[in-house]
Write a protein that binds this ligand. Structure first.
Ligand code: RB5
Length: 143
């Protein structure tokens, strides 16, 4: 599976940890930047990653900023992106089961590496439940 990853400076360190984890676990990684801790604007990176997912260039997307908030807002502006900001493994599981989230957002300054990797692992391995949730996901995509 090909995963696009992107972050601003506040999420750079965690994004790199996640990219390494993905590569070590057999995922193909499309690293869309940023590539250092120099200050950049998170809307640009949220948009870039969401566009890669929605266009099909990558199957899923992971975005990171300081809190995960700004970059998730940016990603969700792109039609077809369903980006869930997750701060727990339970949220990661539920957003796959019910929302078919094709992107996950994390906070580099709010979530430690160990928890972030558990969130990513759960989000990547949990299947969408479908059924009654499909109609709601369709509603989201048609907004
Ligand atoms: C950047 O300082 C910070 O505002 C950003 O990483 C993020 O937390 C925004 O939501």
């Amino acid at each position: 599976m090909k995963i696009a990853v992107a972050s601003d400076h506040g999420g750079f360190a965690l994004k790199e940890v996640i990219a390494k984890y993905l590569e070590e676990n057999g995922y193909e990684v499309l690293n869309l930047g940023t590539y250092s801790e120099d200050s950049v604007d998170y809307p640009e990176y949220g948009k870039k990653c969401a566009e890669a997912v929605v266009s099909g260039e990558a199957e899923r997307g992971i975005v990171v900023c300081g809190t995960g908030i700004g970059i998730s807002i940016a990603a969700n502006k792109v039609k077809g992106a369903r980006c869930a900001l997750c701060t727990s493994v339970h949220m990661a599981e539920m957003t796959r089961l019910h929302n078919d989230a094709n992107m996950v957002a994390l906070g580099g300054r709010t979530t430690d590496d160990e928890l972030a990797l558990e969130i990513v692992k759960t989000w990547l391995t949990t299947e969408f439940e479908g059924g009654r949730h499909q109609r709601r996901v369709d509603m989201l995509d048609n907004m």
